[in-house]
Write a protein that binds this ligand. Structure first.
Ligand code: SF4
Length: 618
């Protein structure tokens, strides 16, 4: 959802007036624009406010009448750039690995050339003229759209709801249309408005140097060209088209900046449909914990009538780090995003309780409190920061909007935050764009951004997955420090049980949309995990202290698609301990130690055997 702002409103209103002018001006001033008054190159006067051109035609009337052709050309070039770029970006994403890598390299090369240079090359091939100029500029701007589309699609493609759609057997083109494009529409919209300003300037430039619109047609660039001849005798002749180009470009920039700020991708936006569960859902209610900061009870997330997360219940205490681990498609990220109220629009969620202290997250929680009390760190910092905005603008936005700080105070606070995550020269970094920072530095900046408002809960969705091992260790250190220093509670998502064990206090193991085991990290470290799936995950994790002959095992098979989840245990088809009742009866979570619960029939059996032995002995 994009929020409105004064800049956005002013930009849209201004562009609206220019659009009206484009329709009306040729009808009203078309005659004056073509009338040969016989008074060539006259200066500004009461009759001709901007003077006349070399043939005695009124410059102001011609500037106004040129609005239509200029706008039509700009819109056409922007449409070509957007359509070609988005098609190229999506084609790259749906291609095989080799074609995708080659396509991405090609796009990178095209992006590295300034758009105007690329446009000149295309225009030189196509020849001078209006259509050629429009195509040249459209082609020149398309790599920017292609790269943004490919990057965003790759990032969204890693999310759990896309993995679940794949597991459901949804074909790639439907995943693209239903799941990817709706989730990347906002940044593309922002780029469209930026591209509009860019194509306007570039088209005017081509006409100015004689490669664009040819006489007798004229746009603002062509008028600027003729005005240049009279720059010393009647400077007002160049003033009209120059002001028109500048004003329209600035208004389009207002729209772009307004859309970018309103679409702030790393917080604030509340999407997805989250509601109170109308009836009891699958899992039993979580044991009430009076000290809980976050209470999730009976959370269910569905897409197309299929439950991707099925009745998940857990709590997080103040200052506690709770890890959620599981394979792709286990529902761990959807659970985290439901807590942060950042679910994609394509899924719905309900729960008996979803509460952060006294804040009811099911009741359309106050956006201000939500934005300041929950911080989110995403997996891919390249896609979480808006590529079109400087780091400073993105970090200060939340402080200005939700903490009421002025620009100077917000920048000082943002610089401090960058310093606290060990980013050198923080003031200079604030002036940089996300692509100028390394991957590790971007992730540290994302952590700084998430902690800026002093949130009580940090939701970290696979924050180390996209990073190399040394940077991973740095990020984990930073999160530990934030937890130790500020007492920030965390919900930490990862598919790597080793990372979870090194950071968290308590661990939730998810499989096929359900929590199958919940245990303190001490039990995990001491090899006291009880569920066969948790044990299989541990056996499949490389260990530095492993003996050479200890072979690394893998978990055979794949998790079932959410639509094909069996009535009983979803792990049954992969479990070495499977028993006859496993496929039919859903195992309930039972206590197996202090703060330790697991859902497995083997444990039921063990508990029954133990109790029989005790009864016999007594
Ligand atoms: S319930 Fe059965 S299939 Fe499931 S983990 Fe336990 S033993 Fe394995």
């Amino acid at each position: 959802m994009i929020r409105s702002s004064r800049g956005l409103a002013a930009g849209l209103a201004g562009l609206g007036l220019i659009a009206v002018l484009a329709v009306a001006a040729p009808l009203i001033w078309g005659g004056d624009a073509a009338h040969l008054s016989g008074a060539a190159r006259e200066g500004a006067s009461g009759e001709h406010w901007l003077g006349t051109d070399a043939l005695g035609r009124d410059v102001l009337a011609r500037t106004l009448a040129a609005t239509r052709l200029t706008l039509v050309m700009t819109l056409a070039a922007t449409a070509i750039a957007g359509t070609a770029g988005i098609l190229l970006g999506t084609a790259v994403w749906v291609s095989g690995r080799r074609v995708r890598e080659a396509g991405l390299r090609l796009i990178d090369v095209m992006v590295s050339y300034p758009a105007v240079i690329l446009a000149l090359a295309v225009a030189a091939i196509l020849g001078a003229g209006t259509a050629a100029a429009v195509v040249a500029i459209g082609v020149a701007w398309s790599p920017a759209f292609a790269r943004l589309t490919a990057n965003l699609a790759a990032s969204v493609a890693g999310r759990d709801f896309v993995a679940a759609a794949r597991l459901l057997g949804v074909p790639p083109h439907r995943i693209l249309v239903r799941h990817l494009l709706p989730n990347i529409a906002e940044p593309l919209l922002v780029l469209l408005s930026v591209a509009f300003a860019g194509t306007l300037t570039a088209l005017s430039g081509l006409s100015f140097i004689g490669l664009g619109v040819q006489a007798p047609s004229y746009d603002w660039g062509a008028l600027l060209n003729t005005g240049l001849d009279a720059l010393y005798t009647n400077p007002a002749e160049a003033l009209g088209p120059a002001v028109a180009i500048t004003l329209t470009g600035v208004l389009a920039s207002f729209v772009g900046d307004g859309l970018a700020a309103g679409a702030d991708p790393h917080r604030i936006g509340i999407s997805g449909r989250l509601k109170k569960a109308p009836a009891p859902v699958a899992a039993p209610a979580a044991a009430l914990d009076d000290e809980a900061l976050l209470t999730v009870d009976g959370l269910r997330v569905s897409a197309g009538g299929v439950d991707l997360v099925d009745g998940v219940s857990f709590t997080v205490r103040p200052g506690e780090i709770v890890g959620v681990v599981g394979e792709s498609g286990s529902g761990k990220s959807l659970t985290a995003m439901a807590v942060a109220r950042l679910l994609p629009d394509t899924v719905t969620a309900d729960a008996r309780t979803l509460r952060l202290d006294d804040l009811d997250l099911l009741a359309g929680a106050a956006p201000d409190r939500l934005a300041t009390e929950i911080g989110v760190v995403y997996q891919d910092p390249a896609a979480s920061f808006n590529p079109a905005l400087r780091i400073g603008g993105q970090l200060t936005e939340v402080l200005r909007r939700h903490r009421g700080l002025d620009r100077k105070a917000a920048r000082a606070r943002a610089a401090e935050a960058l310093e606290s995550v060990r980013i050198t020269r923080p003031a200079a970094r604030l002036r940089q764009h996300p692509h100028e920072l390394s991957g590790g530095m971007r992730q540290r900046a994302m952590i700084a951004s998430a902690l800026l408002t002093g949130p009580r809960l940090l939701v970290a969705d696979e924050p180390t997955t996209a990073l190399d091992v040394t940077v991973q260790a740095e990020i984990l250190d930073l999160l530990r420090e934030a937890n130790r220093r500020g007492g920030t509670a965390m919900l930490f998502i990862s598919h790597d049980i080793g990372v979870i064990a090194s950071l968290c206090h308590r661990v939730l193991v998810m499989y096929a949309g359900r929590i199958v085991e919940e245990l303190p990290v001490e039990d995990l470290a001491a090899g006291r995990a009880r569920h066969p799936y948790t044990r299989a995950l541990l056996d499949a994790t490389p260990r530095v202290d492993a003996a050479a002959e200890d072979a690394l095992t893998t978990i055979p098979g794949r998790p079932p698609a959410p639509a094909d989840r069996p009535a009983g245990c979803a792990f049954a088809s992969r479990c070495a301990l499977v028993m006859p009742q496993c496929a039919e009866v859903l195992p309930a979570a039972i206590p197996v130690g202090a703060g330790h619960r697991a859902a497995c029939h083997v444990l039921d059996q063990h508990a029954a055997d133990t109790s029989t032995a005790e009864e016999t002995a007594s």
